[in-house]
Design a binder for this molecule. Structure first.
Ligand code: C2O
Length: 551
């Protein structure tokens, strides 16, 4: 018997295939899902089961990650290559099977191998179950807004060239809104994303930062936005005229078409924290057109913050709070079982490893680390298979340190240059957690090569953001600032530049869960680690599906 409240199984086929597109006055072959950029929107209700058959018709190894999905007892579907699965090889198929529970709002999916997520990504929208409703008046219409980053080149080549020389890979050529750079770029006018609205109606934008390497400011000319959710967790309503998102983050906003009939740009451009490093200093735009607006009028452009406007970014990021009155709120766990202090940033690797060329700073190669361990992916087996079969030797070790090897002034690069910390050893280390343990982590940026805001993403868990700030974390004073009442919940936090954040989560999902910087340029350099969460008494990771790709 079926009732209107019953969950459904939502099934999709993802054909990963190369496609020739026209962007920025050139033709370029990109890798896409089902021949579109962005790829298909997956729309489900909380409680639904998903089956997504990924058919790899591209020339590359592929995996898909369902960014922010808890994957409760379905770690085999999480997607990071060599962490939870070996890649799907050209010509092969793998079905990702998982359930969406305990979260509503906007998530997304993306390739989790090499730099392919530059063009292999799409929205994952989770609506309330049948019979449940938003905690705010229902918008007249909803639109996914995917902010992307585009190279007028093959992105796998761009990444590999960077890795071969040891220097930073080439910066992008454009930012995009729903796959289109917008009419501020050459040859981009006809494709510009347009959204039609009716005066007086309220709309929801589900904004996703799918860019590879840049945090982005986003603004709509002359319109305020009301934030109602971030990373598929409801927030207390927060009204603002500008938002900022790091790669990996999502923000759901309501806006009312309350301005004179006309057309208004929405625009996105980078928020950059690393000083003196080249970046793509361009602006993506789309157009909000009121019904009956004169089509020839030039849209009104919003004044976006300067690229280095840290006060504006920090104000937005730190003012958001959770929404204890809303659905799926999780109270902050109080008894902490495990305390960790994790530093991260850019390092150097000795010249000569794997390549004669060493075009990084000081004639070395760029690398990156967490607690001075530079994370390397295994290749003979995925970490999750090693976990499940208890066959870890040669795949990973369980000695990821709870603290950095030395304490120093993390925000002062001249101080840091005296440290042995500049070079980080390569390893594949995890931190083992007992099922159900409550973990508190101080996330601290370092300034070894550059002072930056790293967006740290946790697979498998949302966390509460208890506090954040600039400078070195102070273990005496800063805990007094902890918000244990209504902190924001997220899966990705942009740790303030030259600063820190404290997060807390409960490890109640067995498997291997990656934690890493969501600036893709830092990932192959090693800015990551993983948690190994043991099985619980009544909570055991099931065996791998039969079609799990082989290494
Ligand atoms: Cu959205 Cu491990 O990534």
């Amino acid at each position: 018997s079926s009732s209107i409240t019953s969950a459904e199984t939502v099934e999709h086929f993802f054909h990963v295939q190369n496609l020739t597109v026209q962007r920025l006055c050139h033709e370029q072959v990109i890798t896409t899902v089902n021949g579109t950029l962005p790829g298909p929107v997956i729309s489900v209700r909380e409680g639904d089961d998903l089956v997504i058959h990924v058919v790899n018709q591209s020339p590359y190894n592929i995996t898909i990650h369902w960014h922010g999905v808890f994957q409760l007892l379905s770690a085999w579907a999480d997607g990071p290559s060599y962490v939870t699965q070996c890649p799907i090889r050209p010509g092969q198929t793998y079905a990702y099977r998982f359930k969406i529970t305990g979260q509503e709002g906007t998530l997304w999916w993306h390739a989790h191998v090499s730099w392919l997520r530059a063009t292999v990504y799409g929205a994952l929208i989770i609506k309330p179950r049948f019979g449940n409703f938003y905690q705010f008046p229902s918008p007249y219409e909803e639109f996914p807004i995917l902010l992307g980053e585009y190279w007028d080149a093959n992105v796998v080549d761009v990444e590999n060239q960077g890795l071969a020389t040891g220097a930073a890979p080439n910066i992008s050529d454009a930012f995009t809104i729903n796959g289109q750079p917008g009419d501020l770029y050459p040859c981009s006018q006809t494709g510009t994303y347009k959204l039609e609205v009716i005066q007086g109606k309220t709309y929801m934008l589900r904004i996703i930062n799918a860019a590879l390497n840049n945090q982005l400011f986003f603004k709509i000319a002359n319109h305020k936005m009301k934030v109602v959710a971030i990373d598929a967790a409801y927030t207390a309503p927060y009204v603002t005229d500008v938002i900022v998102l790091s790669p990996g983050q999502t923000t759901d906003v309501l806006f009312t078409a309350d301005q004179p009939v006309g057309s208004y740009y929405m625009a996105a451009r980078p928020y950059i924290t690393a000083q003196g490093i080249p970046f793509d200093n361009t602006t993506a735009s789309g157009i909000i057109v009121y019904r009956d607006a004169k089509s020839l009028a030039t849209p009104i452009m919003p004044a976006l913050p300067a690229f280095n406007d840290t006060p504006t970014a920090y104000k937005f990021y730190s003012n958001l709070t959770g929404f204890p009155l809303g659905p799926h709120w999780v109270p902050v766990p109080r008894q902490v079982d495990e305390h960790m202090f994790i530093t991260f940033g850019i390092n150097l690797a000795p010249c000569g490893e794997g390549s004669a060329a060493c075009a990084g700073p000081f004639g070395q190669r760029l690398s990156a680390s967490m607690n001075n361990e530079s994370f390397q992916l295994p290749s003979k087996l995925s970490m999750l298979q090693a976990f499940f079969y208890n066959n870890k030797s040669g795949v990973y070790t369980t000695d990821f340190p709870d603290n950095p090897p030395s304490v120093f002034d993390y925000t002062n690069s001249s101080n840091a240059f005296n440290q042995s910390m500049l070079f980080a050893p390569k390893s594949t280390k995890v931190r083992t957690l007992k099922f159900g343990s409550i973990v508190e982590i101080v996330l601290q940026n370092t300034a070894l090569i550059a002072t930056e805001s790293h967006p740290i993403h946790f697979h498998g868990f949302n966390f509460h953001v208890l506090a954040q700030g600039f400078g070195n974390y102070d273990s005496v004073k800063d805990p007094r600032k902890f918000n244990l009442v209504n902190p924001q919940m997220r899966n990705t936090i942009a740790v303030p530049t030259g600063g820190w954040a404290v997060i807390r989560f409960t490890a109640k999902n067995p498997g291997i869960w990656m934690v890493h910087c969501h600036l893709d340029v830092h990932l192959p350099w090693g800015l990551g680690m993983a948690f190994e969460v043991e099985n619980g008494p009544y909570s055991t990771l099931p065996p791998p599906p039969n079609d799990l790709p082989k290494c």
